[in-house]
Design a protein around this ligand. Structure first.
Ligand code: ATP
Length: 230
């Protein structure tokens, strides 16, 4: 099986703070994998390592067969949705995506294609300030999809969404996966991942606590209480 992401014995310190300690996991092509943990568990640090924004203190990070921190061609094949993504409210949806398309040097026709894909065609020429939370989140996903990335890294993409919007969101991830994308997302909520993630990596204070399917994680007593599987 081809691995799209391989995190191997990775540690990352910021001065005296050890944000991630000896973590290993991998994502096969076409998998949806969730990183779950409380605030400060190390999820964003792992995503930044996969994006190549920071380098590990020790261990190796391989994405799409290369080192994202050293190889811009790897970075160009990644899509990223930051936590709490915010857009300029005075721009329209179309202008916002055009800006990202220019940044990523993606063909401008992708703007209309992606607006259609995330269901924002009718609102494309409205300013983002008039968008609902769900619409902004779909714009965020469209932004992450510019350049047709093979790997998507989504940092807490469902925080603040109601259950119906979460369902829509996961349905959309399934479509992307069917199109060949490999997806890593972080979340606070294990419960919403039922039937959505191929496997789940549970992080606690920088350390990997468990890694498996939701079924396999059920009953693991050492999971932190608030993310214990019921
Ligand atoms: P959240 O859900 O709040 O985003 P997280 O699981 O993503 O949490 P990280 O942001 O990866 O957690 O943070 C892990 C630890 O590393 C925290 O203690 C954080 O304060 C620390 N940390 C992260 N980035 C830095 C940095 N640039 N400098 C110093 N400490 C950092």
């Amino acid at each position: 099986m081809t691995h799209r992401i391989e995190i191997n014995a990775v540690s990352k310190s910021f001065g005296a703070v050890q944000a991630v300690r000896d973590v290993s996991f991998s994502l096969a092509e076409g998998e949806i994998v969730a990183l779950v943990g409380h605030n400060g568990a190390g999820k964003t640090t792992l995503i930044k390592l996969m994006l190549g924004l920071i380098r590990p203190t020790s261990g190796t990070v391989r994405v799409l067969g290369g080192d994202p921190a050293a190889d811009p061609t790897v970075r160009a094949r990644l899509g990223y949705l930051p936590e709490n993504v915010s857009f300029n409210p005075a721009l329209t949806g179309r202008e916002t995506l055009s800006f990202y398309a220019a940044l990523k040097r993606a063909p401008s026709r992708q703007v209309a294609e992606l607006l259609d894909r995330v269901g924002l065609s009718a609102a494309a020429d409205r300013r983002v300030r008039t968008y609902s939370k769900g619409m902004r989140q779909r714009l965020g996903l469209a932004q992450a999809l510019i350049g047709a990335p093979q790997v998507l890294l989504l940092d807490e993409p469902t925080t603040g969404l109601d259950p119906a919007l979460r369902r829509d969101f996961y349905g959309f991830l399934d479509e992307l996966r069917a199109g060949g994308a490999t997806i890593l997302l972080s979340s606070h909520a294990l419960s919403e991942l039922e039937g959505r993630a191929d496997h789940i990596v549970i992080m606690g204070q920088g350390v990997k606590i468990a890694d498996g399917t939701l079924d396999a994680l059920r009953g693991i007593a050492r999971l932190p209480t608030r993310i214990r599987v019921r």
